[in-house]
Design a protein. Structure first.
Ligand code: MLT
Length: 260
């Protein structure tokens, strides 16, 4: 599509639900959701460019560019409108998608994400991370990431979750990760978009998320009229991996109540 190969999963049938992964993961993070949701919905989970099996490109992966890739994929699949859900960077892209293509969004699922842009400190940290990933490979940044992505409890007691996330991160192209870091660093503040959102919106947050504070989810909940905030107690940033059953129930309840 537009010269960029985007790999994706397409499972089930019915109203389309798009699931957008976080940084620096890939579509396999949604494995635990695909089976459950595909019983009632058509679930489409792409790998963002620079991640998973999609093409790696050298330009910064801005949230707009990633949103346009998603729109191009939906065009190819002849899907005009879908539920757009994303975790963290996937949520930044979901908001950018809404800003660019509001008529293509039937509902939004914003998980472990925020509307604000990066602080200056966060931007500088991304530049350091990108440089380190390019110099040392993903092995150089994976441990620092894992310690923030998962709760201490998961890190200590659930090696299968830690290993799944580690494998996803270390399989990501350092060039792809660096392009995403540059894209996230230049992303615009989308807070002013929130009051304009007029589709059913579910916001999901982990109470122990060390990357996105609960206050950011509460801000989106206040600003998006009629939105629902579900807090998964004890879960960290990658809450669909830490609490798949609770996460799936939360999504299924929202989707069945808002099905058009
Ligand atoms: C993610 O999980 O996508 C990242 O933590 C987002 C970020 O670094 O802002």
């Amino acid at each position: 599509m537009r010269g960029v190969e985007i790999a994706y999963d397409d499972a089930g049938s019915g109203s389309p639900v798009v699931l957008l992964h976080g940084y620096p993961f890939n579509r396999s993070m949604w494995r635990g959701q695909l089976g459950a949701l595909a019983q009632d919905y058509r679930v489409i989970a792409p790998d963002f460019r620079g991640h998973g099996e999609s093409a790696v490109t050298s330009v910064p992966s801005t949230m707009e560019l990633l949103a346009e890739d998603v729109a191009g994929l939906l065009d190819n699949l002849s899907i005009s409108k879908a539920t757009i859900g994303g975790l963290s960077m996937g949520g930044y892209v979901a908001l950018a998608f809404y800003r660019l293509f509001p008529s293509r969004v039937s509902s939004l699922i914003l998980t472990a994400t925020r509307a604000q842009a990066d602080s200056e400190e966060a931007k500088q940290n991304r530049a350091v991370q990108a440089e380190k990933a390019l110099r040392e490979g993903m092995e150089g940044i994976v441990d620092g990431l894992l310690s923030k992505l998962l709760t201490a409890e998961t890190l200590a007691k659930r090696p299968e979750v830690v290993n799944q996330l580690r494998a996803m991160i270390t399989s990501t192209s350092p060039q792809g990760a660096a392009a995403a870091l540059k894209g996230m660093a230049v992303r615009v503040d989308q807070t002013s978009l929130l009051p304009q959102i007029n589709v059913p919106t579910l916001i999901v947050a982990g109470s122990e998320d060390a990357i996105i504070p609960l206050a950011d989810a509460e801000l989106m909940n206040r600003e998006i009229a009629g939105s629902r905030l579900e807090v998964i107690e004890g879960a960290g940033h990658v809450l669909n991996l830490e609490e798949p059953a609770k996460f799936n129930t939360t999504l299924m309840t929202f989707l069945s109540e808002t099905r058009s």
